[in-house]
Design a protein around this ligand. Structure first.
Ligand code: SAH
Length: 375
């Protein structure tokens, strides 16, 4: 008997749905009806798939199949419009997904989408940069010392259906229908996507083919799982790549990201230099600024040296601090000075605005209020 997750229609490819309908003696065109119901219409109850005959719906249900949209267990609305959703999965585990109606502050202004955003006629202004931040695992195994998710450890990988399901549930809730209405995706929620590589890549293909979000509007962020960066470089359909740099040299990077002892900066930057970029594409380096640790002008100059020669941009993120973390947030002057040095070195550098800070939806803060007792 397959486990409950394997009985979710959400997560099956068109081919897998075709096998399913044909094995039940149904005509093959039912696969398209199911594919549309799951990914385009985002229906959450079998009875509501009106294109299918009643008997076939009943049979699917008897066989234990369900649509598989995660339930929105809780939601928190920020004063800046950000919404943090707590998604409940079939086994009761929860992950978080964040809706940012005006983007995450890191996806625009770099010239790589020049003109496109401004010309969008997709709807009210707020939709043009709308971004969904998606989780890839329950918890995380990478032990970054400035990250709240790291405090949880890793419970399990998400299935492809659970990754797509987060996006489907948010689009349904926000009543956004791609591709006519645009949305950006960032795989920057809980977890390390490159430690759940196959499911992550399967979710990308389902999002492109089923939900209708082009891969050019997606960005995946990795802590630096170097072998997977090489695998990712060979994918024909893939999101843009962001690498969490966070340290300007091996000593500091190993201190804040112990993972650097496994894949050090020279290996990471080698993979970055070899990464095949498409026309007008840039690699993104993310850099979390920790007061008095990695935010000095000399560190900015080291970062400039590392990134030199790569068609890249840098996104600076001032730490979202918390009592559980051993670091503090640098003041604005320090962040601006760091940016200025990189810009003067010819590297496009942006400061990512914190989104939804009042609801703990900002970078690295997911699950804080749910998992941890109140301060
Ligand atoms: N595991 C992936 C994606 C999730 S983290 C990765 O490491 O890239 C997404 C981004 O949030 C990373 O750039 C990470 O460095 C940053 N981040 C994590 N905790 C943070 C915090 N407390 N404050 C600011 N940024 C944080």
């Amino acid at each position: 008997m397959p486990d409950t997750q394997s009985r979710s229609l959400l997560g099956l490819t068109f081919q897998e749905l075709t096998n399913l309908v044909v094995e039940s003696g149904q005509p093959a065109y039912r696969a398209q009806q199911l594919f549309d119901a799951v990914y385009r219409q985002k229906i959450d109850k079998l009875e509501e798939i009106s294109t299918l005959p009643r008997e076939y719906r009943a049979r699917l249900s008897e066989e234990g199949w369900r649509l598989g949209l995660p339930a929105i267990a809780r939601q928190f609305l920020s004063s800046d419009g950000t919404v943090r959703y707590l998604m409940e999965l079939a086994d009761g585990e929860t992950v978080e997904t964040v809706w940012m109606p005006e983007g995450d502050g890191g996806e625009t202004g770099d010239g790589s989408d020049a003109g496109v955003e401004e010309e969008s006629a997709a709807g009210p202004a707020g939709w043009r940069r709308a971004t969904i931040c998606v989780s890839s695992q329950v918890g995380c195994a990478v032990n970054c010392r400035f990250c709240f998710t790291a405090l949880l450890g890793v419970k399990r990988n998400l299935t492809a259906g659970e990754i797509v399901g987060q996006i489907a549930a948010v689009l349904r809730e926000q009543q956004i229908q791609p591709p006519g209405q645009r949305v950006n995706l960032v795989f920057m929620g809980m977890g390390e996507p490159f430690l759940n590589y196959e499911n992550f890549m399967k979710s990308v293909r389902l999002l492109v083919e089923g939900v209708g979000i082009p891969e050019s509007r997606m960005t995946v962020s990795t802590a630096g799982i170097v072998p997977r960066i090489y695998d990712f470089a060979r994918e024909t359909v893939r999101p843009k790549l962001a690498i969490s740099l966070n340290g300007p040299n091996d000593r500091l990077r190993s201190e804040v990201m112990p993972l650097n002892r496994k894949w050090n900066l020279s290996e990471l930057m080698q993979a970055a230099r070899e990464f095949p970029l498409r026309a007008r594409e840039r690699l993104t380096f993310e850099y979390v600024l920790l007061a008095g640790v990695n935010d000095a002008p000399e560190h900015a100059r080291e970062v400039a040296e590392l990134v030199r020669g790569i068609r890249a941009k840098v996104n600076l993120i001032a730490l979202n601090a918390g009592a559980e973390l051993p670091y503090r947030t640098p003041d604005d002057g320090r962040v601006l000075e760091f940016q200025r040095i990189l810009v003067m070195a010819g590297i496009p550098t942006f400061i990512r605005r914190p989104r939804g800070r009042d609801i703990f939806a900002a970078c690295g803060q997911l699950k804080r209020t749910v998992e941890l007792p109140p301060a």
